[in-house]
Design a protein around this ligand. Structure first.
Ligand SMILES: [Zn+2]
Length: 535
């Protein structure tokens, strides 16, 4: 792992290979384990259950991590190991990576164990920019900034044994429109006009060569399993004669609409493949009728396809769909309805916006643990052209993989006006967690769904971080947001004192007994007067 990291930092590919080779031989000589390095591109795909799948299988998401090597071979990676090994796996979405694994020799009668040691980027995005103005790629916050024209193609595909055509070609074409409730309008609004979907095209129902039963089979546990590879290959092939995937250097993505249920899930993420001579990782979604009939789940899948993981609340259950402030979590609740396009997508949280490079530097403010008090005027995150702060980052100077984000959400506009309230919303971000951003909740235990009062911080209320490093108070309301103050919590933040960060992913995990601090026992708490300003 150390060797691999050193290679990347020195950017000497040849030396890197030699060192890795030496390491491998060294490991073999010990007779204990063999190290291996495989390079290729990282493909991430998320599966989201519909109502029936939630009822039968539970509320969890499916998640597949695949390394596609330069010969096009696909290597499945264990998702939990991959998340741990990369520190920030999602920042590597679609990029060239090196995966270092160690295979431990099998004991008598046992199986060899293959463990992922490290996953590191080996690309240089700055030198691989596509033409100006079209889907420009660049590094931002360790991930990829997406700006400019992001054209999609909708491919409508029919199973050979299903005749129903749920929607027409004109419906799918109109989904890409620039009016309220249409995808180009939505993604322009969410990105502050930094991306648009100009040139996106839908292509009418084409026949797949096989019945649904060939594409949806059973896994070892007897659950339905969609063959995403075959669905992609056959659906693309059915349309290939009519579609120019290579236009402008390659379209951003492919939305596939199937006229029958898949495995109970809708899927979104990346697909690394060569289409019309262009080899890249294409933003890709696989949609059953319940998904394409509502813009909210379709936008959720497109969010995955742009590289976004799930958002979550902080109740620590297995359901990542219980944060209704975010289309990348609970797309259905607190959503605006539309007669033509079904449930509309609400916005994405500021962590996700920043991940895609859409939050201007001037709209961001970072306050480190141990810093003095600060007053910050914040505008709602949905406001275009704001002159105030829209993303407040509370971080720890010695850590890059853990921080908090503070944002303002208001019930206004075409997509956000059914939110639970007007409030400051705070997320804890751990970049190596399956859902990096969890909304904070003052209620203990955290509410099952984060549209509760405890998740909304309003005028007069204070949130205190579980490790007492930060105290955020909402002081007053403005036309477009709130004024907040950030202070270190008294007694724990004397000058020069380092703040001990909690390693636990659970927010209510203050290490020091509450009685010593005079603080609420739950750590992450709303101020009810016990932690008054006079202390
Ligand atoms: Zn999802």
């Amino acid at each position: 792992m150390r060797i691999l990291h050193a290679c990347v930092f020195t950017v000497l590919a040849l030396a890197c290979g030699l060192q890795a080779d030496a390491a491998r031989r060294m490991d073999v000589s010990t007779g204990k384990a063999a190290a291996n390095t495989t390079t290729g591109r990282l493909e991430l795909v998320w599966g989201d259950p519909g109502e029936a799948a939630k009822a039968s299988e539970g509320p969890g998401a499916r998640f597949q991590v695949t390394l596609v090597d330069d010969a096009g071979r696909r290597h499945a990676l264990d998702p939990d190991q991959a998340l741990r090994a990369a520190d920030d796996l999602y920042a590597l979405y679609g990029r060239r990576i090196a995966v270092s694994t160690t295979t431990t020799a099998a004991k008598t009668g046992g199986r060899a164990l293959r463990v992922i040691d490290a996953i590191v980027p080996i690309d240089d995005l700055a030198s691989s920019r596509t033409r100006a103005g079209f889907g420009t790629r660049a590094l931002v916050q360790g991930g990829e900034k997406i700006t400019g024209v992001t054209s999609w193609v909708t491919l409508m595909c029919k199973f050979s044994d299903i005749a129903t055509e749920q929607k027409t070609l004109s419906f799918f074409q109109s989904q890409y429109g620039t009016a309220i409730g249409q995808l180009d309008h939505y993604w322009q609004e969410v990105s502050y006009g930094q991306i648009n979907l100009a040139g996106s095209m839908a292509y009418g129902w084409a026949d797949l060569p096989q019945p649904r039963s060939v594409y949806v089979t059973k896994d070892a546990a007897g659950k339905d399993k969609a063959d995403l590879s075959k669905l992609f290959t056959d659906c693309v092939a059915a349309h290939d004669a009519n579609v120019d995937f290579a236009v402008n250097g390659g379209v951003q993505g492919v939305n596939m609409m199937f006229n029958g249920d898949l495995d109970g899930y809708a899927w979104g993420g990346g697909r690394c493949a060569t289409l019309d001579g262009v080899n890249k990782c294409w933003s890709t979604t696989w949609n059953p009728p319940w998904s394409f009939g509502n813009l909210a789940p379709l936008s959720h899948e497109m969010g995955h396809a742009y590289g976004l993981p799930h958002a979550n609340n902080s109740d620590a259950d297995s359901d990542p769909y219980d944060n209704p402030w975010d289309v990348m979590s609970d797309a259905w609740n607190n959503a605006v309805g539309n007669a033509t396009y079904g449930s509309l997508p609400k916005h994405i949280n500021v962590y996700s916006r920043n991940r895609l490079g859409w939050v201007a530097t001037a709209r961001k403010r970072t306050i480190g643990a141990g810093a003095g008090a600060a007053s910050v005027t914040m505008d709602r995150i949905s406001l275009p052209g704001s002159a105030n702060t829209q993303m407040l980052i509370l971080n720890y100077p010695e850590q890059s993989t853990r921080y908090y984000t503070v944002e303002v959400r208001k019930r206004t506009g075409s997509y956000e006006n059914r939110l639970a309230g007007d409030a400051v919303i705070i997320h804890e971000v751990l970049t190596s967690r399956g859902e990096p951003a969890w909304s904070m909740d003052a209620d203990k235990p955290a509410a099952n769904r984060a549209n509760n009062e405890g998740s909304m911080f309003k005028v007069g209320e204070t949130w205190i971080s579980p490790d007492y490093a930060f105290r955020v108070k909402v002081e007053s309301a403005t036309t477009e947001g709130f004024v907040v103050t950030v202070r270190p919590t008294p007694r724990l933040s004397r000058p020069g004192q380092s703040v001990q960060a909690s390693a636990s992913p659970k927010p209510a995990s203050a290490a020091t007994p509450a009685s010593e601090l005079g603080a609420p026992s739950d750590g992450s708490a709303r101020d009810t007067g016990r932690l008054g300003e006079r202390r």
